[in-house]
Design a binder for this molecule. Structure first.
Ligand code: KG4
Ligand code: ZN
Length: 336
């Protein structure tokens, strides 16, 4: 079964062809980083306009790359939410038009469910597992009991982890998006140089809070204007504080629910320090972490194709009246 998947929830336009929920026939992503860079963050109005320009060439490109036509497609999956409504609508309209014109079943996919299932494009992971999505918009922990059964365990109460990376990078004048820039700079710094606060909220809590650390960085820089080496120490110490909290809470979630597998996804899962630390600490307590390859951690349409395949296989269908959802908490992965 070949699914045409479309993702346009934020600032990247993606389309992919996925076979049987696991094989990537083609996967195209048109990044808008260049557009939003100068503003230090995503500008929703610019994002939706750029999606409009990109959506048809990206879909055509993904069909061409796989040497397929719409006649070879068995279903259409599209991100329904959560995300920027103006951006989501562009993908949804394209998906509806194709589903209607070709008489294909349509599945509206929860973007977070897509992130949690991205790993299956690379390898099988047995259920149940703890899933963490850490991105620019989300930092959430789930108990994944099946392809379409995900239960929320905790989430951020303020900023997302990626948002903290982006805001700190912007404040330090380093550029956008901040995660990768901070990670590169952190390699030259000392992670133990500055004891930034780790916000655990309450003992054993599975919720997150990252706005305090951002303020701590601002206060530190005001009090100690840094040299070039000093900036690398700030980057490394900041990254270490965020990674400590992400690693500890993911392990707590696994221990509390007696699960020995954790899957980490979302843009922040690209962070090599996070990967390294979770691997090391997981090993000590018998927990195996799984990370999708970098290109599947960030937003992409391929992961939406995995989720769409499992929804359609289960008989889930959305009609042409399907709306975009700016907020859509993932509970059991299905209806809003
Ligand atoms: O999943 P994603 O592409 O989009 C959202 O759904 O938000 O994640 C983007 C976020 C950005 O905040 C970016 O700074 C962060 O992921 N990010 C990273 C790294 N690469 C991307 N954060 C930390 N370390 C990285 N290497
Ligand atoms: Zn995402």
């Amino acid at each position: 079964m070949i699914i045409l998947a479309i993702e346009s929830s934020c600032d990247d336009t993606g389309a992919a062809l996925i076979e049987d929920g696991k094989k990537i026939l083609s996967n195209i992503l048109s990044s808008q980083d260049e557009v939003h860079k100068r503003y230090g963050g995503v500008v929703p109005e610019l994002a939706s306009r750029r999606h409009l320009e990109n959506i048809v060439p990206v879909i055509r490109g993904t069909l061409d790359e796989a040497h397929k036509s719409l006649d070879d497609v068995h279903g259409v999956a599209v991100t329904r939410g959560p995300g920027l409504v103006g951006s989501l609508l562009v993908g949804i309209m394209a998906a509806k038009a194709i589903a209607h014109a070709k008489g294909l079943p349509l599945a509206g996919v929860n973007h977070l469910m897509g992130h949690l299932l991205a790993i299956f494009l690379e390898q099988e992971v047995a259920f149940p597992f703890i899933g963490m999505v850490a991105s620019g918009g989300h930092t959430s922990l789930y108990m994944a009991e099946g392809f379409t059964a995900m239960r929320p365990l905790g989430r951020t109460r303020d900023d997302a982890a990626g948002e903290a990376f982006d805001k700190v990078a912007k404040y330090l004048g380093l550029g956008y998006p901040g995660g990768i820039i901070i990670e590169q700079l952190a390699r030259k710094g000392d992670p133990g140089a500055i004891p930034f606060p780790r916000a655990y909220i309450a003992k054993e809590s599975l919720d997150f809070s990252f706005s305090g650390i951002k303020t701590a960085v601002v206060n530190y820089v005001r009090a100690h204007p840094p040299s070039e080496d000093g900036i690398a120490d700030i980057a490394a110490s900041f990254q270490e504080a965020v990674v400590d909290v992400l690693v500890d809470k993911t392990i707590w979630a696994a221990q509390r629910h007696q699960v020995d597998r954790v899957v980490v996804s979302g843009g922040v899962a690209s962070n090599n320090r996070l990967r390294e630390r979770l691997q090391q600490e997981g090993e000590q307590v018998g927990i195996q972490p799984y990370f999708p390859p970098h290109f599947l951690c960030r937003d992409n349409a391929a992961m939406i194709g995995v989720a769409g395949y499992h929804l359609l296989k289960k008989g889930e269908r959305d009609g042409l009246d399907m709306s975009a959802l700016s907020r859509w908490p993932l509970e059991k992965g299905l209806a809003p």
